[in-house]
Design a protein around this ligand. Sequence first.
Ligand code: NDP
Length: 328
Amino acid sequence: MSSLVKAIRIAENGGPEVLELVDVEVPPPADNEITIRQHAAGLNFIDIYFRSGLYKHPLPHGLGFEAAGVVTAVGKAVTRFKVGDRVAYGQSPLGAYAQARNVPAAQVVSIPKGVSFEDAAAMMLKGLTVQYLFRQTYRLQGGETMLFHAAAGGVGLIACQWAKALGVKLIGTASSQEKAELALANGAWKVIDYSKENVVERVLELTKGKKCPVVYDGVGKDTWNASLDCIEPRGLMVSFGNASGPVEGVSLATLAAKGSLYVTRPVLGIHVNTPEKMQAAADDLFALVTKKKIKMRIDQRYPLEQAAEAQIALAGRKTTGATIFTLD
Ligand code: NDP
């Protein structure tokens, strides 16, 4: 039996005005899928890249990669879930902005007891990202000092808390005093207000001239050059996002001149592309959440009807922490 639910679709790439709220049918799940009645979905910067066309997908399509809810139907080949299970995901096919949908079971995990749907919906994409950045891309060790841009954002506030839990000194950046204070309250060691202060000079001061073994940069174009100048010789530049625009025209000679640097441009998908990898990364995240080392901070909640307003706020640097869509 199928049913109609509300979902966001885009028929063309463009500004927030291309987001359309529509009624869609949820067919019975395919053999490898489960149907989820979703209670909350996460908003992420990557949703804006897919809306604008910076990242391409055949149109028309839904938006969103991250949500949580209850299983209402199970495909014939699925053994890991049953109707009634509380589940979440952070790396699905496009289309999480929806009251219900089908998702491949391989991309879904069970939500631990004590974790709400809202928190699960907010943490899956962002928290799994911090997991791979800190435990796989570069395995941070207690006592190290590193730089993490946009530390008061959705990924940023989880990063601050995860770094603290590891005994790592996270130097964050943020564009206002309020955001800087929020990052500090969440475990950042120091925060540089990059709207006023010179990032490279402050990092040199804070590290007593040593710089950092690794810099995590989700801001992209605007911070690329400064980030390279904050990395110690043979250190690693992790360029994982484009909030200010994509980094283009990278010269290998620059990496040589700035200290034989390494660069990586990682994406979450490859780190969680089997059920085993997904579960291992989720277990790592959930362990810190259940021990209360990481507390989700959801500072913005919107109904699906206001998807455009939500994306405008995120793109306009008006948000802190995570943003979710409430779907009940
Ligand atoms: P955030 O909540 O961090 O929002 C983005 C933040 O970037 C803003 O709040 C703002 O903080 C900062 N920023 C700096 N310059 C700009 C600008 N010109 N326009 C807009 N924002 C700017 O977003 P998310 O937590 O969703 O994502 C953070 C980054 O991580 C994004 O680039 C995203 O694409 C990336 N990402 C990458 C993944 C991967 O696997 N590669 C997975 C998940 C996220 P401030 O005002 O303090 O400068």
